[in-house]
Design a protein around this ligand. Structure first.
Ligand code: NAD
Length: 358
């Protein structure tokens, strides 16, 4: 069956990097039998300029009808003074919540060719390949009550609430276990069960769901230790699963282990495996329009789309290998340059991946 893919380039470098990822999708379509139909839409500042809204109803309609969404990035200084509901970021948040994309997948993988880009020693990070699964639509970022109130004494008090329903924990754990089955079959659930009752329950639910997956090894770690282990010995991890806030913090830490923001893709999935795929970086206004941005994070987001929504894991591997071969040949965009390598443009990098796929 033909899969419908909505392409939302967004702002800044978004259109440049997405153009290269679309080339990759088109070559997989013409030479590898990928059955897809591409559609384009507006989000973020681009949508605000054209329609007065960062997430026009038409885009939401397109997104609901699509099987997968490929997004570039949103935002830019020209929209920072807008009222919060009109800012580009609202487009992104609206898509995530409107489509109930509760599972955020953030792989941190170090390409052997880019070991020098990490701030950690090569012997600590080489071979790094982990997947962080973050709960995205619940927890302390959404819990009620929240806000700041003034006490009778005149002192202010800030409140946020960490709350998870058992069903929310069950579904994110299942995502993690399912992914582990595609990898090394190890899940580490990260909590603060020694202090927070909510995450004590999280741990109990993880154990319960783990029994449905006897072929996957489950371990547990307190979040403070997990942060330490990520920089001490990150290769011990296969899949990590954790709450919204812990995942927010740990995923940035894990991302930086690889040292190159232009290389990291992400996916946000709903219960049926529909997903939004995007690079983890922003719209990089400082380099927009210069044809120098690294398109590989977006191209690798296509690889995640192939694996998790389109269920074409073999094509994902073919694409990953194509990216590896381009790096092996010494081609680098400016952000990942190293001595002796050839610096290429955004477009040339996309063309190089396409050439490998052909
Ligand atoms: P950023 O990720 O856009 O840029 C940080 C630095 O990394 C910049 O120096 C940039 O040039 C560089 N960089 C980022 N992507 C690159 C790539 N593909 N190739 C080469 N270099 C790259 O973060 P920022 O500067 O903090 O934010 C800029 C705008 O992006 C803001 O408006 C912010 O709100 C928005 N933003 C959007 C998203 C998103 O759409 N998911 C995420 C983060 C930030």
């Amino acid at each position: 069956m033909t899969s419908r893919i909505l392409v939302l380039p967004g702002d800044g470098i978004g259109p440049e990097i997405v153009r290269e990822a679309v080339k990759v999708l088109e070559v997989l379509q013409s030479t590898h039998g990928l059955d897809i139909q591409l559609e384009f839409g507006l989000v973020g500042g681009a949508a605000f300029e054209a329609k007065g809204q960062p997430l026009p109803a038409e885009t939401m309609h397109q997104a609901r009808a699509a099987d997968a969404i490929l997004l570039g990035a949103v935002g830019g200084p020209q929209w920072e003074a807008l009222p919060i509901q009109l800012r580009p970021e609202q487009g992104l948040l609206g898509l995530r919540s409107g489509l109930e994309l509760f599972a955020n997948l953030r792989p941190a993988r170090l390409f052997p060719q880019l070991v020098a880009a990490s701030t950690l020693k090569p012997e600590v990070v080489s071979g790094l390949d982990l997947m962080l699964v973050r709960e995205l639509t619940g927890g302390i970022y959404f819990g009620q009550p929240r806000g700041v109130r003034t006490l009778e004494s005149g002192e202010r008090e800030g409140i946020n609430t960490l709350v998870y329903r058992e069903s929310e924990v069950e579904r994110i754990c299942r995502v993690a276990f399912d992914i582990a089955r595609l990898r090394q079959r190890r899940v580490c659930s990260v909590d603060k069960a020694n202090v927070l009752e909510c995450t004590e329950m999280w741990r109990q639910v993880a154990i319960k769901i783990g029994k449905e997956y006897p072929d996957v090894a489950l371990s547990h770690m307190y979040v403070d230790n997990a942060a330490m282990q990520l920089v001490r010995a990150p290769r011990q991890f296969d899949v990590l699963v954790t709450t919204n806030m812990f995942g927010d913090i740990l995923s940035d830490c894990a991302a930086m282990l690889t040292g190159s923001i232009g290389m990291l893709p992400s996916a946000s999935l709903d219960a049926e495996g529909k997903g939004m795929y995007e690079p983890i970086h922003g719209s990089a206004p400082d380099i927009a329009g210069k044809n120098i941005a690294n398109p590989l994070a977006t191209i690798l987001s296509v690889s995640m789309m192939l694996r998790y929504t389109l269920k074409r894991a073999e094509l994902a591997t073919i694409l990953d290998n194509a990216v590896q071969r381009v790096l092996d040949k010494g081609k680098r965009t400016a952000d990942i340059q190293s001595p002796g390598c050839l610096i290429v443009s955004t477009e040339a990098m996309g063309d190089a991946v396409v050439a490998e796929l052909k």
